[in-house]
Write a protein that binds this ligand. Structure first.
Ligand SMILES: Nc1ncnc2c1ncn2[C@@H]1O[C@H](COP(=O)(O)OP(=O)(O)O)[C@@H](O)[C@H]1O
Ligand SMILES: [Mg+2]
Length: 359
């Protein structure tokens, strides 16, 4: 059997560009080479698409961008090509691709935009489709959908920064009417890696926090502060998804901000989570229910708060979770018996299955 050609797409015009590069080098190292041929396409922060054929090591540190052999390359939106157009000085070459593996986090990669291009291309791709990706990227939309499915979460309000600026006092009063006690969490609706998120302890801080979040997005979500354990569940599959053993993060900071996520070694992971077996089961069930309700496919990491009195509140669904060697998603799958290469191959197979069955 001939090898399937997989294109791993990394980087991206996103605040999570750097994390994506580290995730990509892990994913690339786990693709079984006896069955798959790998090509790598990097997207620079400025949005340039380059076919990169050098060492994987240079992807993680960013030096891949300087490789003199890089050439412009694009996934063709035409299913007649079913691959990429590589723009070489001597002419454009069309290269067939069998599976696309976006290892992109945040805007332009995890939000349904690139998934739209993939749909157009007709090539199977790893992960969620357009709608689920877009719905999970927007925290206001996720909250609204989860509410309608009866999935418990923190009380929230969402607003446009435009309306806030028109009448800040009125906007704040509306927020306080729904969320009467501080602290509250203020988040840009579309962001990730905790960028633009703050915890506000009073009205002044709330207004500052809205300004901070407004730098990232025109839509803002304010949530009640949940005191509880942060528990995460990795989900894999299409119509009958598998939920991993839940894990737990113990942020070193007051909350799991960007620094605590990527720079602070004192943040700890517990696998399995330090919660009762009954609660672990509840987490897994809600994770699968939310995954199916939103229409996820391939993979997602579903994040929760579990309170002392046994409430399980869904926080967010990450459709392309961190995939570095120390990331929760691959660790949770490994703890559930699905290790590195097996996991990556399953993701590739689910991509093909989804396309074949049109699920
Ligand atoms: N409602 C909340 N109550 C308590 N802590 C929260 C709440 N929302 C967010 N946090 C804290 O902020 C972190 C980042 O928020 P999250 O919604 O997960 O955004 P991101 O998409 O950036 O990961 C969470 O991991 C958690 O530590
Ligand atoms: Mg999060």
């Amino acid at each position: 059997m001939s090898k399937k050609r997989v294109a791993v797409i990394f980087g991206g015009k996103s605040s999570e560009h750097e994390v994506s590069r580290v995730s990509a080098s892990y994913v690339i190292s786990m693709i079984p080479r006896d069955r798959y041929e790998v090509v790598t396409i990097g997207i620079t922060k400025e949005g340039k698409w380059l076919l990169y054929s050098g060492d994987t090591a240079a992807i993680a540190d960013g030096s891949w961008e300087q490789d003199p052999h890089n050439v412009l390359a694009f996934i063709a939106p035409a299913p007649s090509v079913s691959g990429m157009a590589v723009v070489r000085p001597e002419g454009t070459e069309l290269v067939k691709l069998d599976i696309l593996f976006p290892v992109l986090h945040g805007k332009n990669g995890e939000d349904g935009t690139i998934q739209g291009l993939f749909e157009m291309s007709g090539i199977p791709y790893v992960g969620c489709g357009v709608l689920a990706s877009a719905a999970c990227m927007d925290k206001a939309v996720t909250n609204i959908l989860l509410d309608s499915f009866g999935i418990e979460q923190a009380n929230y309000v969402w607003l446009y920064t435009h309306d806030y600026r028109k009448d800040p006092k009125k906007a704040v009063e509306q927020i306080e009417a729904v969320l009467p006690s501080y602290p509250v969490f203020v988040k840009p609706a579309n962001a990730g890696s905790s960028v633009g998120i703050s915890k506000a302890h009073n009205r002044d801080e709330l207004m500052q926090a809205i300004e901070t979040a407004a730098k990232e997005d025109s839509k803002i979500v304010v949530e009640e502060n949940i005191v509880g354990d942060e528990v995460e569940c990795a989900v894999l599959g299409n119509e009958e998804p598998f939920a991993s053993v839940p894990g737990q993060i113990k942020p070193a900071a007051e909350f799991y901000d960007y620094d605590a996520k990527y720079n602070n070694a004192a943040s700890e992971l517990y696998i399995p989570a330090h919660i009762s077996d009954e609660l672990k089961e509840k987490v897994r069930q809600i994770a699968v229910r939310a995954y199916r309700a939103i229409g996820c496919s391939g993979l997602s990491r579903v994040d929760f708060f579990v309170t002392k009195d046994g409430r399980v509140l869904l926080n967010e669904i990450n459709t392309l979770p961190g995939f570095t060697s120390i990331s929760m998603y691959p660790k949770l799958m490994a703890a559930s018996g699905i290790e590195g290469e097996t996991l990556i191959e399953k993701l590739l197979q689910y991509a093909v299955e989804r396309k074949e069955k049109d699920v």
